[in-house]
Design a protein around this ligand. Structure first.
Ligand code: NAD
Ligand code: UDP
Length: 356
């Protein structure tokens, strides 16, 4: 299949590009690089030994999206592009609604225009709100509690309306739980801007000595050890979930919703222990106040994805921590100042900037 990957330079997008290329799919990547580096795609190219077209395109520029569709026959779209920082979304809600919601509406308009009817969308477990019954099934009540979550919920609803009006479309909504880890090569991984919001990148920066200590947000939850419990999933398992969604469901018209999680909950303290084991470093921490909006516990019921997609997560938390650590050690400052320089890469990218 020829697949357009929006946000393909990002954390999950770049790992999915590798899996798509290794399965023999053709890909075209668009990204505005607002939260990613071209270097990630150079490394995708190097790991897979394949080149592919990349366009520096913002989804808010509909004419640029049209140019990409005009230049390439596309069978399906995997849509990762979006802003994802919960705290930032509360400070700049309009930016989030415009970027995520308007960007998706623009994309769908162009898909309609070019008769492309297959879409896989990156949704999130955040659409379940903070109070659902565990494990969360896809038919649990949805309720967003911040602007970021509302963009995901709105997009899910918009896509359901698109399908209702166009019953030959096939739309897959993938609700991710907590993606962590990195490609086993240690060449690509999560490269947050500034201070990481999420547990694993923060912990990795403490372990490598870039930050002093981890703050654990809350030690008085009603959980096994008082700290928050989450369903961590290896980013490569998540990536293969997209392949299964594309290979199976995307041929069947409808709106198909799947949780991508492992079904296992780990507490923050368990993750600290797992990361210490993987890295051989101790992770100093203090227990501080709860972070507003955090759920005590959140984990998936992943059975629907297993039954209908034939997909299940294969990698455990030890592997997730080991791969995160390998990426962190090889790239202590992320892509920008890593040891591997772009000029040493053997597979140059076909870079194509659209002229306005
Ligand atoms: P990321 O920020 O690493 O990747 C998103 C990519 O989209 C970036 O490369 C960014 O530059 C690009 N982008 C953003 N706005 C754009 C626009 N208007 N036009 C073109 N490109 C744009 O994030 P990620 O962790 O890879 O997440 C991918 C998707 O999965 C996002 O939609 C995110 O909301 C969703 N998601 C992520 C998580 C997580 O914990 N990482 C959890 C659930 C859902
Ligand atoms: N967490 C923490 N310290 C941090 C970051 C996160 O204790 O610096 C906790 C957080 O309260 C939650 C878990 O780690 O219980 C996972 O948080 P993360 O932000 O990674 O993902 P979320 O599930 O909140 O999207």
């Amino acid at each position: 299949m020829a697949i357009l990957v929006t946000g393909g330079a990002g954390y999950i997008g770049s790992h999915t590009c590798i899996e798509l290329l290794q399965k023999g799919h053709d890909i075209v990547v668009i990204d505005n690089f607002s939260n990613s580096k071209q270097e990630a795609l150079r490394r995708v190219s190097r790991i897979t030994g394949k080149t592919f077209p990349i366009y520096a395109v913002d989804l808010l520029q509909k004419r640029d999206i049209q140019k990409v569709f005009a230049a390439h026959p596309i069978d399906a779209v995997v849509h990762f592009a979006g802003l994802k920082a919960v705290g930032e979304s509360a400070l700049f809600p309009l930016r989030y609604f415009q970027n995520n919601v308007t960007g998706t509406v623009n994309l769908c308009h162009v898909m309609m225009e070019f008769n492309v009817k297959r879409l896989v969308f990156s949704s999130s477990a955040t659409v379940y709100g903070a109070t659902g019954q565990m494990p969360l099934r896809e038919d649990a009540a949805v309720h967003a509690i911040n602007p970021y979550g509302r963009t995901k919920l709105m997009i899910e609803e918009i896509l359901a309306d698109v399908y209702a009006a166009n019953p030959d479309w096939s739309i897959v909504l993938l609700r991710y739980f907590n993606p962590i880890g990195a490609h086993e090569s240690g060449e690509i991984g999560e490269d947050p801007n500034g201070v990481p919001n999420n547990l694993l990148p923060y912990m990795a920066q403490v372990a490598i000595g870039n930050r002093q200590q981890l703050s654990i947000y809350g030690g008085d939850y009603e959980t096994k050890d008082g700290t928050g419990v989450r369903d961590y999933i290896h980013v490569v398992d998540l990536a293969t979930g997209h392949l299964k969604a594309l290979e199976r469901t995307v041929h069947i018209p409808g709106v198909h919703t799947y949780n991508l999680g492992t079904g296992n909950g780990y507490s923050v303290l368990e993750m600290v222990a797992a990361f210490e084991g993987a890295s051989g470093r101790s992770i100093p921490y203090i227990i501080t106040n709860r972070r507003p909006g955090d759920a005590a516990v959140c984990y998936a019921d992943p059975r629907k994805a297993k039954q209908e997609l034939g997909w299940q997560a294969m990698r455990g938390v030890e592997r997730m921590c080991m791969d995160t650590w390998r990426w962190q050690v090889k790239n202590p400052h992320g892509y920008e100042r890593s040891r591997i320089s772009a000029k040493h890469l053997s597979h140059p990218l076909s870079e194509l900037s659209l002229q306005k």
